[in-house]
Design a protein around this ligand. Structure first.
Ligand code: G1P
Length: 288
């Protein structure tokens, strides 16, 4: 069983300035929940109980969100607004939360390496919270955790993207084991336009075996002068096995304004309105 889930959350979120000037991008709401809460929910549904967040300066609201707020609890106790806290209370009670600061911005690989102290010598999941994944019957991490039990190696979630978009992602190539599983033989971080090895882009869900930390320690800065998880995973694929999985579900790039709006519209209709507490939400959110 995978117990740990790592959330790299130290980035500046510059694409959403000025909204992210003093608020972490992971706290931007999709309808009534911050982005990171969707990721934590997905991890808990997959059976994970240890949430490890890699933060940076100005990110203390992430810590506060996953802690009790006694003043607020006291204020809304026994009012019709109290059920609005049910979901977050349940997430707080279902897992424990640890935080570590990434002091230098040296890329996603470096952020993951910073989380080593929190994760230890265990396989772990990684969630990039600005990729919001929705599958109402089985979350993407749960799908990947089941594959991990089968393959016992690192797994990355991939999605087909138009060729014109491949330069925004890590892109993989390899041998198809089935329609939705590929054994990776090549991986390139943000390839130049026209040079991608395929149109299969890595999205922000990974399961990593702990030997990735040793590899990351040896990984030289790559694209953009940053330590890239894609480069470390290619080494792991070449010396062992890394599987790419075409996940089932929808994914929204909430790091872009268009993706954020699409996610908001989709979640309003398919998550918020379908939620069990909708009548309470509707009547009470107006007054909040
Ligand atoms: C990161 C990874 C990239 C991956 C992407 C998914 O890039 O480096 O390989 O495809 O996340 O969202 P970023 O979007 O942080 O630049």
């Amino acid at each position: 069983m995978i117990k740990h889930c790592l959330f790299p959350a130290a980035g500046y979120g510059t694409r959403f300035l000025p909204a992210t000037k003093s608020m972490p991008k992971e706290m931007m709401p999709i309808v009534n929940k911050p982005l990171i809460e969707y990721g934590v929910d997905e991890a808990i549904q997959a059976g994970m109980t240890s949430m490890a967040v890699v933060t940076g300066r100005g990110k203390s609201s992430l810590m506060d969100h996953f802690d009790k707020n006694y003043e607020l609890e006291h204020q809304i106790q026994d009012t019709n607004k109290e059920p609005l806290l049910d979901d977050i209370r349940s997430l707080i009670d279902s897992a424990h939360y640890t935080f570590i600061r990434q002091r230098e911005m040296k890329g996603l690989g470096h952020a993951i390496l910073t989380g080593k102290e929190l994760v230890g010598d265990n396989p772990f999941a990684v969630v990039l919270a600005d990729d919001l994944c929705i599958n109402e019957s089985q979350g993407v991490l749960e799908q990947m955790a089941a594959l991990f039990r089968q393959f016992r190696c690192s797994i990355v979630a991939v999605e087909e993207v138009p060729e014109s978009e491949t330069h925004k992602y890590g892109v993989i190539a390899g041998e198809h084991l089935s329609d939705d599983l590929i054994r990776i033989t090549d991986m390139v971080e943000k390839p130049e336009q026209g040079s991608a090895p395929s149109n299969l882009a890595i999205i922000g869900r990974y399961i990593l075996t702990p030997d990735i930390f040793d590899i990351l320690e040896e990984t030289e800065p790559g694209k953009g002068g940053e330590i890239q998880i894609t480069d470390a995973l290619l080494k792991q694929a070449q010396s062992g096995c890394v599987i790419a999985y075409k996940f089932k579900g929808k994914r929204f790039d909430c790091g872009s304004v268009e993706g954020y709006i699409d996610a908001t519209n989709y979640c309003y209709e398919h998550v918020y309105l379908k939620g069990s507490k909708v009548s309470i939400n509707k009547s009470s959110t107006k007054k909040l």
